[in-house]
Design a protein around this ligand. Structure first.
Ligand code: BGC
Length: 449
């Protein structure tokens, strides 16, 4: 049952990845069709991100009130609505609004999916189970590339697709998201509510009942009594996230989130193909590069699935960061010295992606979702996830500008500099969380007040 829950909830990650990547194949088509000026194009691309911010805010407000289960169902509905809304958009404003709704789904799912997995997972498998969520994100990104390419081919061949979709092929690209969304909704219907949340709202019987369904009798009884004890300990304590007691988990969560993005991951995923092309590697087909990057990203996430509970989060973070820093510094040197015309650049960028995929990608999400105690978990996770989305925005906004003004070498070195800071932070400040229950974590992170 725990595997079923983890699999179903992780689909939120797949839709997150799909939604954020699908736009890369559709944007030029939409631009041409609606003769968009730069302002409208900016809106089309950034509406998803604006929706994310709204989605994170909504989850912070909703999830403690209506529960994790209903919140994630709302996220799934937002994905479905967005897929259908974009596909049948009557004009550009409609399309932008539908993208915004999809963004709300991404924002909500990015808070509630990994958090729900963390709350359901047994302590010794929590790392691997949250890493499945990251795996789903990477698969979602890859699927979006494939499905964009598939619809382009189908439209060119002139078969199967009805004329409405054939002539405006961005429509089925967005509609494709509706299918996993329906699957997500159907699977979620059987996912129970989080026992930790039920105990927090004093529905102990229901919580015990669910624990008995997902664990053996003895483990269920032990986990139940730990959760009740932790809840009792926290009752009456002043539980304000910004009250000072939570400054360590907040610092760790926010900085890891921002550092994840300031490693330049999305710049490399989305600009990587043009970097390869500019460097004269291979043919002119951007899809091939997207697929190479995407596949490495998927495959190396499996390392984190295997190792995060075995060797620990800190080990993955610090070793991954060594590889990331190495490849960024050397990419910078290649650009600085003008030696970009070779296979070395490709190898270095793939090394970067591989290292990100087994470290910063999954481990950031794992840690953010396990360091806050239940009464402030949603708020804590929302604040850190919000920091992550804002950092996505900052990189998206400034990367092209940096590239133009300072050049590729300096841009790579700036990403390397942030990753070096992350290395020392992860090594010296981040605490190991492997194997501890969420309740035990309180003793590690929370300053007594
Ligand atoms: C990050 C995303 C990124 C993805 C790539 C996630 O952990 O939060 O910004 O696009 O990994 O795999």
């Amino acid at each position: 049952m725990t595997n079923y829950i983890c699999f179903s909830v992780a689909l939120g990650g797949l839709l997150f990845g799909f939604d954020t990547a699908v736009i890369s194949g559709a944007v030029d088509l939409v631009k041409t069709q609606f003769s968009l000026n730069t302002v409208s194009e900016g809106w089309l691309v950034s509406s998803g991100l604006a929706g994310c911010i709204l989605g994170v805010l909504a989850t912070g407000a909703l999830s403690d009130r209506i529960g994790r289960r209903k919140t994630i169902l709302l996220a799934a509905c937002a994905f479905l609505l967005s897929g259908i809304g974009c596909a049948f958009a009557g004009g550009i404003n409609w399309l932008i609004t539908a993208r915004l709704v999809g963004g709300v789904g991404v924002g909500m799912a990015s808070v509630v999916s990994p958090m729900l997995i963390a709350e359901f997972a047994p302590a010794d498998k929590r790392g691997r189970m949250i890493a499945y969520y990251q795996l789903a994100i990477t698969i979602g990104i890859l699927l979006a590339y494939f499905s964009d390419a598939l619809f382009l081919t189908l439209a060119q061949d002139g078969i199967i697709l009805p004329a409405y979709f054939r002539n405006e092929v961005w429509r089925p690209m967005f509609l494709a998201m509706a299918f996993p969304s329906v699957l997500f909704i159907l699977l979620l219907l059987k996912v129970p509510e989080s026992p930790r949340w039920l105990i927090a709202i004093n529905e102990k019987e229901k919580a015990l009942d669910i624990l008995r369904r997902i664990r053996s009798a003895s483990v269920a009884a032990k986990e139940f009594s730990d959760m009740v004890e932790a809840a009792a300990r926290n009752t009456g304590r002043r539980m304000s996230l910004f009250g000072g007691a939570f400054r360590i988990p907040l610092l760790i969560g926010i900085l890891l989130a921002v550092f994840q993005q300031f490693s330049g991951i999305n710049a490399i995923i989305y600009y990587g193909p043009s970097i390869f092309k500019a460097a004269g590697i291979g043919g002119s087909n951007a899809l091939i590069f997207q697929v190479i990057i995407g596949t490495i990203n998927v495959l190396f996430t499996i390392v984190a699935i295997k190792w995060s509970d075995k060797y620990g989060r800190k080990f993955l973070l610090t070793t991954g960061l060594c590889g990331i820093i190495f490849s960024l510094v050397f990419c910078g040197i290649l650009f600085y010295t003008g030696h970009t015309q070779g296979v070395l650049l490709l190898v270095l960028l793939l090394l970067y992606i591989a290292c990100f995929a087994f470290s910063l990608g999954p481990v950031t999400w794992i840690i953010i979702n396990e360091i806050f105690p239940t009464p402030v978990r949603v708020q804590g996770v929302s604040v850190c996830t919000m920091a992550l989305w804002m950092a996505v925005w900052v990189v998206g906004q400034f990367f092209p500008w940096l590239l133009e003004k300072a050049g590729a070498a300096v841009t790579f070195w700036i990403f390397a500099g942030f990753s070096l800071a992350n290395f020392f932070f992860s090594w010296k400040i981040v605490k190991e969380t492997k194997g501890k229950t969420l309740e035990e974590m309180e003793g590690v992170f929370i300053s007594p007040h």
